[in-house]
Ligand binder design. Structure first.
Ligand SMILES: Cc1cc2nc3c(=O)[nH]c(=O)nc-3n(C[C@H](O)[C@H](O)[C@H](O)COP(=O)(O)O)c2cc1C
Ligand SMILES: [Mn+2]
Length: 493
């Protein structure tokens, strides 16, 4: 790969005119988040702030944001041609993650250049932003990876889960039992143990992309990262626990989480991935007690705005999620042996909620199998509220053509299937807050399949050219060829 870590990648972006260095004084309180939002809405530039209010003389003085916020930068992250189509990125991701590669363990690495332990730990040395005005606090963890280990099997998991700064040594965490580290947490709880946790900030793009993607329980994301990088990621052991973290990450936080609910502290609200506050209640959450921080010289803190909603352009988590969610969902269809899948796409404007699939329809009920396969895995709880299945002639990367297929090929009473009373994304703003309070950890959705494929129960007709649906009225290729030859003669330029 052309880069080994975040620094290399930012250098690469700078060479390609994709990175802005902000030397003007910027406030960590609201201004940084607003710059990120405006940057997303203007040209989507990546930026690094090097002069942050109150952070001229601290261990960490700079913050990078938006570094994956357009298709060109995702292509660069994957080492692909900058003009590559997102569909190609999905194919590339799937090709690479098929053969997992083990990471390598080094004795030490740049992330250990500075070590702070015990009572010297001070998270306020890092320019943690308050991103949106009504957030419950400064969000320490938005663009990072969280590493935990299964106490029975030793399986190490890497995921991205938000965390709000509580004080110099503590961060309140959103710990969902439906996520992979939730499986670990339950086992530590049953053993009456605290859960060892390590966090890395300032990781390379493939690492953050993989961490934010639902791989099945039992898979260690470091193996996936290595596969997608096409070389083993270099890891080091933490100072105070046996978790492994990327050797070239900017900042490592080591500590533990108590799962005893009497130790929980208030966290939230936060401007969440659908682009809304799902509720204004802060609620008691598990606390990540940080016991050791290691970091590179002049470390780069990372942060991210999560999600866009209908009023803003897509943020980096939306771009990367569209590619990786499409890749793992396609795997899910393959795992369930659903045949004829031609393309799978989660639009970057709606992280995870709507998914489009095109198929070569082979038999009666085929589109329903697509929907059921997407809904079946644990991560199906929060993805795919709407599944739209179209025939393979429809370009699912073009939402207008999906609408055209829905207009032309559905009869709603039979082709729009509503599955009521399913689980759903807990942060979805359409789930009433009272229901969230009742259910606590899970949203309640109805799910919808829109089957916009032609009805295959119709008979073939000679006047339709032997097919079983109305034929296209477009001029044929041979007819158009003739007029193309005479194009200029008609007076067109
Ligand atoms: C920037 C960002 C923030 C996220 N925050 C959370 C979060 O607070 N809680 C959560 O459960 N998932 C969050 N996610 C989604 C998870 O990272 C994603 O579901 C991933 O699959 C989790 O890893 P796991 O499958 O190993 O549990 C976030 C994703 C991104 C990109
Ligand atoms: Mn996982």
């Amino acid at each position: 790969m052309e880069y080994n870590d975040l620094r290399d990648f930012l250098r690469l972006l700078e060479e390609k005119n994709e990175l802005i260095r902000i030397r003007q004084l910027v406030d960590w309180d609201i201004e940084l988040g607003a710059i990120s939002q405006e940057s997303i809405n203007r040209i989507g530039a990546a930026f690094i702030c090097e002069n942050i209010k109150d952070y001229g003389n601290t261990s960490c003085k700079r913050v990078a944001m938006n570094y994956l916020g357009n298709w060109r930068r995702i292509a660069l992250a994957l080492g692909m041609n900058q003009d590559a189509h997102p569909r190609e990125m999905v194919h590339e991701w799937r090709r690479r993650h098929k053969e997992l590669i083990k990471p390598v363990l080094l004795e030490t690495g740049p992330c250990k250049e500075n070590v702070v332990k015990g009572k010297d730990v001070d998270l306020l040395q890092f320019p943690i932003p308050k991103l949106h005005a009504r957030d419950g606090g400064r969000y320490a963890l938005t663009w990072h990876i969280v590493v935990t280990r299964d106490p029975e099997s030793g399986w190490m998991n890497v995921g991205t889960y938000r965390g709000m700064l509580l004080d110099k040594q503590n961060i309140g965490m959103l710990l969902s039992p439906f996520q992979n580290w939730g499986i670990h947490a339950e086992k530590y709880l049953n053993r009456n143990m605290k859960m060892p946790v390590s966090v890395a900030l300032g990781v390379d793009p493939i690492t953050i992309m993989t961490s934010a993607t639902p791989y099945p329980a039992g898979i260690c994301e470091y193996d996936v990262i290595s596969a997608v990088r096409k070389e083993p990621i270099q890891l080091v052991k933490c100072e105070t626990n046996d978790l492994l973290v990327p050797a070239r990450a900017e900042i490592i936080l080591e500590g533990e989480i108590s799962l005893d609910s009497s130790t929980f502290r208030m966290e939230g609200p936060f401007g969440e991935y659908p682009g809304y506050y799902s509720s204004f209640d802060s609620t008691p959450k598990p606390v990540f007690n940080v016991k050791c921080i290691t970091f590179r010289d002049d470390p780069i803190f990372t942060s991210g705005l999560i999600g866009c909603g209908p009023h803003s352009k897509a943020a980096d988590c939306d771009y990367m999620g569209a590619v990786t969610l499409s890749a793992v969902t396609w795997d899910q269809l393959e795992l369930n042996r659903v045949p004829g899948v031609k393309d799978v796409w989660f639009d970057e404007d709606i992280w995870g909620t709507n998914v489009f699939v095109s198929i070569n329809k082979a038999y009666y009920g085929h589109p329903r199998q697509v929907a059921f396969a997407i809904w079946s895995p644990p991560s199906g709880v929060y993805v795919g509220k709407y599944v739209v299945v179209v025939d393979s002639d429809i370009d699912i990367h073009n939402p207008k053509k999906i609408w055209a297929a829905i207009a032309n090929r559905t009869n709603p009473s039979k082709d729009i299937v509503v599955i009521p009373h399913t689980g759903g994304g807990p942060l979805d703003p359409s789930v009433h807050p009272d229901i969230k309070m009742v259910t606590g950890k899970i949203g309640r959705w109805d799910r919808v399949l829109i089957d916009a494929t032609w009805d295959d129960t119709w008979e073939e007709r000679p006047e339709w050219g032997g097919i079983n649906h109305p034929p296209s009225c477009l001029s044929g290729e041979d007819e158009v060829q003739i007029v193309r030859k005479k194009w200029r003669q008609y007076g067109f330029i």
